[in-house]
Design a protein around this ligand. Sequence first.
Ligand code: FAD
Ligand code: FES
Ligand code: MG
Length: 285
Amino acid sequence: MYKIIKKERLHDTIYSMWIEAPDVASSVQPGQFIILMIQEKGERIPLTVADFDREKGLIRIVFQIVGKTSEELSTLKEGDKLYSFIGPLGKKTEIALYGKVITIGGGTGIACIHTIARALKEVGNEVISIIGARTKDLIIMEEEIKKASSKLIVTTDDGSYGRKGFVTQVLKEILDKDQSIKKVWTIGPAIMMKVTCETTKPYSVETIVSLNSVMVDGTGMCGSCRVTINGETKFVCTDGPEFDGQLVEWSEFANRLTRYQEQEQKSWGIYHKPTHTCRYGKETE
Ligand code: FAD
Ligand code: FES
Ligand code: MG
């Protein structure tokens, strides 16, 4: 169980893995996530289900190296096994026939929006996807998102590919021209999701965000992923990860994302000591 069946490097720091997890694949729905552990004494990290194959019992994860555990995960090879892979977790996306909708992915959020866009299109919505990243190399899963959407617009901050600028600029242009947009989903860095919500607010278009709070148990018990939504405390792992973006207290959310930075840097430092070798040794490819 939890064997890595296929591993691909999408960018220097971004990897895709297909994991054998028939228990998760049999019931996962768009918008849900898993929590994995590489080894028994390792930390638990949440990752969104980027794709799934129910027949083969496989789950795809796409992750960026941002610290110790994501880097260690990137060193595993096809055939290696994960210690645990729990899911599906969180509430599923509300897939229904809305009409014309927009799905937005920024950075690794592009992978997270994939199953949502696909499911929305499958039930008959006209799905306009906007995906963006800092530069061309960081645009991932373009073909998959294109297939999952009725129309795809790509942006890069530096103009190296697609439209130059931010996803929110394209969003505003669409909203200015087209009053028939019924709903927007946005997944990416906190600032991108916040600006998306500010952009849609004057147009009164409901905007769903997927929050990536720091999680520990993933079952609503530890309180780590607590956020404030419309003045009420909610847990992203069990009440989310999707919320109405207009109701999120964004400054608290952003502050809580960095509250373990000291420990994270310490753990990164220990992991990079020259004597260290992870369970599977360093990557050779
Ligand atoms: P660290 O050095 O430990 O931390 C770097 C930063 O990552 C921290 O400052 C914090 O903001 C975040 N982080 C650290 N630990 C956790 C944790 N336990 N839970 C959540 N965030 C943490 N990333 C992807 O690349 N792809 C995804 O599909 C994806 N989906 C996610 C879905 C959900 C529901 C959530 C909550 C997070 C998701 N993330 C995703 C973020 C991913 O969990 C973190 O990048 C990862 O945990 C970092 O671990 P690290 O040890 O490598 O980095
Ligand atoms: Fe512990 Fe959500 S991760 S309550
Ligand atoms: Mg960590």
